[in-house]
Ligand binder design. Sequence first.
Ligand code: UFG
Length: 331
Amino acid sequence: MDLLVVGGAGYIGSQMTKQLVRGGHSVVVLDNLSTGFRSLTKYGDLVIGDLNDIELLDTLFSKKKFDGVLHFAANSQVGESVRSPAKYYSNNVAGTLNLLDAMIKHNVANLVFSSTAATFGNPEYTPIDEAHPQVPINPYGRSKLMVEEILRDYCAAYGLRSVCLRYFNACGADPEGELGECHDPETHLIPLILQAASGRRDSIMVFGRDYPTEDGTCVRDYVHIEDLCSAHSLALKKLIDGEFDGFSAFNLGNGAGFSVDEVIRVASNVVAEDGKRIIVREGERRPGDPAVLVADATQARLQFGWKPAYADLETIIRHAWCWEKNLTSKK
Ligand code: UFG
């Protein structure tokens, strides 16, 4: 198939592109390289460009008849979205509208869209299923929910078919060690812990120990990026085979929660094999962090047969550690 991966130079989009090319598909990557990296585009044909460039989109869709689009391009930092909401509504919402308009104009019907657990806000219950109310508590989550709502309307009106996949805590790295995460600044727990082990930072700070959880630290559902990508491949197939019509949305997680302390413990064991240790410091709660976020991904299993291959936290951390060692050995 001919596929367009928007944001294919980023952490998850680059892994997706690799999986698709390995699966025999022809992939064009569209990325403005604002948060993506040319070094992550080893697979697919890179077009450098922005979703706010309507002419570029028109040219891209005129040149090739894509069978489907996978859309990963977005700004995704909660804190930044509170400080700079305009950036989030412009890039995440307006940019996506341009993409959708180009798809409709050029009769490309199939879209897999990267959504997030942040569309749910503070959970009323966990594990969180698709029926859970979506009440985001920051502009990032709102920008993603707005796109979900736009997609609902566009599917009903224009014959678009879309699947929204709501990631819980995306983590891990390419099991083959070739691709991984290079966020700048890095804000996520697992890469920060591993940077503390490799020496790129001096320690990891635990944000709060007074949450209503077993050890007092926040609990999250960590899901491997390769598994997120296989969910995209399966959902895309359903779209293209005509088995999914209109709008649908699924939560993606392993259904198991790990506390910050547990993640640090597992990571400490992994890095100890290389003689490394992790210094832990205590900090205040980070504003906006819910105590527990765990996915109920039953629907993804039932509707498109998703079965995570790397659900084990130690495996996830091993892959991320391998990537961190690659990055630091190149410095
Ligand atoms: N944490 C620390 N210390 C750190 C970094 C994180 O203790 O230095 C804690 C956080 O407080 C949180 C947990 O580790 O409890 C995980 O934090 P991450 O920043 O790795 O991930 P989040 O759960 O905050 O964010 C994820 C996605 C976001 C999404 C959000 C939904 O990465 O895109 O879930 O709430 F918006």
